[in-house]
Ligand binder design. Structure first.
Ligand code: PHE
Length: 464
């Protein structure tokens, strides 16, 4: 039996810069790229939204990500102990506690959607969607919608798939940083990348490809309203997995020679690339079959099975698409799971197996309430919202912006310039003084203001 106290002294790290890149990308790439990005682009008018989103990534996403990297690697600790090591007074530990709570809340509904994705992969493998091919378009549409409500609203199977997701993630975390997170992300991220390119290339040979590309790339500035700006900012946050301790935790395993600002840029660029590829895989098909691009979250579950079953090699592509979505959901959820486990094992000296079972068990037992409204437990409501909406709302609209704001203020104002430059430049080995000046300026003056605006809007104190 291992001595749990040793775990705090001997901390695992990733084995190379490439491992750091894939693990961080594994956290960033998730249902956000495949589920949220295409539908937000769809309802917010296409290319204009993408442009605003990119600005948000640069002005808010990357500065907060780099700040979390700073805290994590500087202290090599979980998000709560990190603030002890930085010797900044107990109040800042709130960032850590909030992070644990937020990652837990996000897992509750994320595991539910991830379960649907696993289930759809399984259904695609079984050939459940092949009968659609012979149906006329309208009936095929009705079939897929009914299927979604039946499958996801079924009494038992969504919970079962959620349990499978939680178990897979638990095993990865239990296996450790190198043998679990690193191995899985290094193997699966390239697979995801290849599969998404194949899906996008296939979609681009369809009749509606031109319209899909135009929709994605044409920029109509009149579509940029304050509401669009806010949803782009929220997406940037969710996409880069920031504001909830995830990046602090992963960075605590980073290698000392990693160029962290460069890692944040590479991850942000690759993540945007994967979102664009997801858009290229989805929109040409949407236009080819005359569907509504602003179809909402159902775009993934209602549209993809429908259209892929109507094109040659569609059933293979359908499996590929849902398989890649399962990879994305799993690696992203792994990074959330790492947060409470690192705190339980290091701050409470809990054995790793106990921490993993406790976290997984709680995610599952509370998470089953986030299933579809028509399923067994899905119609329980608190404050007039389903559990799914409630946890999504609290974490995305309240906890993540507060977490991000506190991190930006902390690193911008309470960490000395020398200390920040020392860590981010790897003790002066990297020459990046100009970049770091700009970064600090953004972090002190632009990022917090934008975050305060989203937060006030999301709790209804200011309206656009
Ligand atoms: N970035 C992930 C996605 O896009 C979601 C996520 C959020 C992961 C927060 C970890 C922490 O799906």
């Amino acid at each position: 039996m291992s001595n749990p106290n040793l775990q705090t002294t001997k901390r695992e790290t990733f084995s190379s810069g490439l491992a750091v890149f894939f693990a961080t990308l594994g956290s960033a790439v998730g249902l956000g790229n495949i589920w949220k990005f295409p539908y937000l682009v769809g309802i917010n008018g296409g290319g204009a939204f993408i442009l605003v989103y990119l600005v948000c990534i640069v002005l808010v996403g990357m500065p907060v990500a780099i700040s979390e990297f700073y805290i994590g690697r500087r202290t090599k600790s979980n998000p709560i102990q990190a603030f002890d090591k930085l010797k900044v007074g107990p109040l800042w530990k709130i960032i850590g506690y909030l992070g644990v709570m937020t990652s837990f809340f996000v897992m509750l509904f994320y595991s539910s959607v991830a379960g649907w994705v696993y289930l759809y992969t399984f259904k695609a493998l079984k050939g459940d969607f092949t009968s659609i091919a012979s149906l006329p378009m309208k009936e095929a549409g009705a079939f897929v919608t009914k299927e979604f409500d039946m499958v996801v609203g079924g009494p038992i199977s969504p919970m079962l798939w959620q349990l499978i997701v939680v178990s897979v993630v638990s095993i990865i975390i239990f296996a450790g940083v190198k043998k679990g997170i690193e191995k899985v992300t290094k193997t699966l991220m390239p697979v995801l990348f290849v599969l998404i390119i194949v899906c996008a290339l296939r979609a681009l040979t369809l009749e509606g490809a031109r319209q899909g590309i135009d929709f994605l790339f044409s920029v109509d500035f009149s579509a940029i309203t304050p509401a669009v700006l806010l949803s782009a900012l929220g997406l940037a946050f969710f996409k880069l997995s920031i504001g909830m301790g995830t990046m602090i935790t992963y960075a605590s395993y980073f290698t000392n020679d990693n160029n962290m600002p460069a890692t944040s840029a590479k991850v942000a660029i690759s993540d945007v690339g994967i979102s664009m590829l997801a858009g290229l895989a989805v929109f040409p098909v949407v236009f080819t079959f005359g569907l509504e691009p602003g179809n909402g979250p159902g775009l993934l579950f209602n549209t993809i099975p429908l259209v892929f079953s109507k094109i040659p090699f569609g059933s293979t592509l359908l499996i590929a698409f849902f398989f890649l979505a399962s990879i994305a959901a799993t690696t992203a959820m792994t990074s959330m799971f790492a947060v409470p486990v690192s705190v339980l094992t290091e701050s409470l000296n809990m054995r790793k197996s106990t921490a993993v079972i406790l976290t997984g068990g709680m995610v599952f037992l509370i998470g089953i309430f986030t299933v579809h409204p028509s399923s067994l437990l899905g119609n329980v409501e608190i404050f007039g919202k389903s559990f799914f909406d409630l946890f999504d709302y609290i974490s995305s609209n309240i906890l993540m912006p507060i977490g991000g704001l506190l991190i930006a203020i902390f690193v911008g104002y309470f960490v000395t310039k020398d200390e920040l430059i020392d860590e981010l430049s790897n003790q002066g080995r990297l020459n990046m003084v100009f970049f770091l000046r700009i970064f600090r300026l953004l972090l002190r003056f632009i990022t917090p203001i934008l975050l305060i605006i989203i937060f006030l809007n999301s709790i209804g104190l200011i309206k656009f």
